[in-house]
Write a protein that binds this ligand. Structure first.
Ligand SMILES: NC(=O)c1ccc[n+]([C@@H]2O[C@H](COP(=O)([O-])OP(=O)(O)OC[C@H]3O[C@@H](n4cnc5c(N)ncnc54)[C@H](O)[C@@H]3O)[C@@H](O)[C@H]2O)c1
Ligand SMILES: O=C(O)[C@H](O)COP(=O)(O)O
Length: 474
């Protein structure tokens, strides 16, 4: 290919790629290795970063790729992204909306955790953004539909912190059963209060798990190992692990369980799913644990259930509003019930630390950063939560005049015919297309492409009415 400069916009307004500056040095092979192999999630079908023998596709001088990482994304993830020579800015906390809007205008990639709200209002300012990495499990903080319709892929880490959450739950179940939080606080304050009333072994007690997914099922295994009886409620039929049994209705679980624990996603159906009526259905002296999302439990109703003695204890890791960073900010300004909550007996309050272990954060950093690199450099969407999953085998170094076309478009009839008319002047070596709702994703590797053809190719695709985003990788 000729090496003269050639600028091709990726997305409306961005024009910064220089074909003459395309770097094929991938560097950082080491980054695909987990620092703690034991805890690294198994590679999904996208696998780790592409092997060095594969041709490394990059439409940019990669120093042009701007990445903003918020909420203290683990070093492992930062290292991978910096290894690509992307410009990485990493901040410890999330940003308030006005600052986020300013920052997001420039960047191609943003990495967040559970606190940063990427609403349509924020995303509409993100003119250069091509991909979002949620360095966590939950993706409820992102407007996934708006992102997809804007051609922005979203990735997360579906289960790298599940074990950490499950272990925390086990710790909390025992702490609640033995009132450890209160005893410890009393002794910290100089009071010796040796009591056994209302303190129990967990052996033989019933654990009710609401949401039997990655976290719920891990917890099920651990709880049975401690001699607990496990029942669970889920909207889909799932095989119980060990001797755990599914119950048909939420009410059945609430009426039988000594400990009720929530592991559902935040969706419309789960908002306020545990409120006054559900507390009434629970056994007197039962315990409630929530490490899912703060909107799932009606906390004022929980406060009443605790004050009335209906609940013997509770453990909360998540709240409707959570601070953007660390500090003395868990107060009534954040949630108006906070002061009452803080006064309750045998209620464990933790600052959303369910997934906060070295193992989980390190594995998540690797997993999500690799997905981001594979998307930016190769267009691979395997593992994306809002786009169809599309991948093609790598181009090789023996294919120097090939380019990869990524065309994200509205899922309407007739688009493929028009795209293939445009690509038809070249040899289409391989192509894959898939749709998800209103959005379709096409990836094609075409050969015998002269550098001078690329702009025309790009522009023809951009001019189609169905276009959401065009990227040409080479
Ligand atoms: N506290 C933390 O640090 C922390 C860490 C990880 C995950 N989480 C939260 O926990 C949630 C669960 O995580 P996961 O990995 O187990 O998710 P998952 O998707 O693997 O499992 C969720 C389960 O909930 C079920 N479900 C959905 N709606 C339901 C409903 N209305 N009633 C009953 N069941 C329902 C689903 O069918 C699924 O089996 C995440 O969405 C996230 O919000 C919190
Ligand atoms: O969704 C998740 O994985 C958890 O809620 C953890 O979120 P965090 O990464 O913000 O701690």
């Amino acid at each position: 290919m000729p090496s003269e400069a050639l600028n091709i916009p990726v997305r409306g307004g961005h024009a910064a790629q220089d074909i003459g500056e395309v770097s094929n040095s991938f560097g950082g092979n080491e980054v695909s290795t987990s620092p703690t192999a034991t805890f690294h999630s198994p590679a999904n079908s996208l696998g780790a970063l592409r092997k060095p023998s594969a041709k490394q596709l990059k439409p940019f001088n990669t120093q042009d790729i701007k990445v903003l990482l918020l909420e203290n994304v683990n070093e492992t993830g930062q290292t991978i992204l910096k290894g690509q020579k992307y410009q990485v800015e990493a901040l410890k906390s999330s940003l308030p909306e006005d600052q986020l809007i300013e920052k997001i205008k420039d960047v191609h990639v943003i990495g967040i955790r559970s606190k940063t709200k990427l609403t349509a209002n924020v995303l509409k300012h993100a003119k250069n953004l091509i991909v979002i990495g949620c360095f966590c499990i939950g993706t409820n903080q992102v407007d996934l539909q708006y992102a997809a319709e804007s051609g922005i892929a979203v990735f997360n880490s579906p289960f790298s912190n599940s074990r950490s959450v499950a272990e925390l739950m086990i710790g909390e179940i025992i702490c609640l059963a033995r009132q450890l939080g209160d005893r410890s606080m009393e002794l910290h304050n100089g009071t010796w209060a040796k009591v056994s009333a209302g303190c129990w072994e967990v052996r033989g007690k019933t654990l009710g798990i609401i949401g039997y997914g990655h976290v719920g099922s891990q917890l099920s295994v651990l709880a049975e190992a401690m001699g607990m009886k496990v029942i669970y409620y889920d909207v889909i039929n799932l095989m119980g692990l060990g001797t755990a049994t599914q119950v048909p209705k939420l009410e059945d679980l609430l009426r039988q369980a000594d400990f009720v624990t929530l592991h559902v996603p935040e969706i419309e159906d789960t908002k306020g799913m545990i409120s006054t009526k559900e507390f009434e259905q629970m056994r007197k002296g039962a315990y409630l644990l929530n490490a899912s999302r703060g909107s799932v439990v009606d906390i004022p109703a929980l406060i009443k259930a605790s004050q009335s003695g209906k609940l013997a204890g509770a453990a909360l890791d998540v709240y409707p509003n959570e601070p953007g960073g660390n500090g003395p900010n868990f107060n009534a300004e954040l949630n108006d019930f906070t002061e009452e909550l803080r006064k309750l007996k045998n209620v464990l309050l933790t600052p959303h630390i369910g997934g906060s272990t070295e193992e989980a954060q390190s594995a998540i950093g690797v997993e999500v950063a690799e997905a981001l690199v594979n998307y930016v450099n190769f267009g691979t969407t395997v593992g994306a939560v809002n786009m169809p999953e599309v991948s093609l085998r790598s181009l090789t170094l023996e294919e120097p005049n090939h380019v990869r076309v990524v065309y994200i478009h509205k899922n309407v009839p007739g688009v493929l015919r028009k795209v293939n008319e445009i690509l038809g002047d070249h040899n289409v070596d391989k192509q894959m297309t898939d749709s998800r709702g209103d959005v379709a994703y096409l990836m094609a590797d075409i050969s015998d492409v002269n550098a001078n053809d690329i702009r025309g190719l790009y522009q023809s695709l951009e001019d189609l009415g169905s276009r959401i985003m065009t990227r040409v990788l080479y």
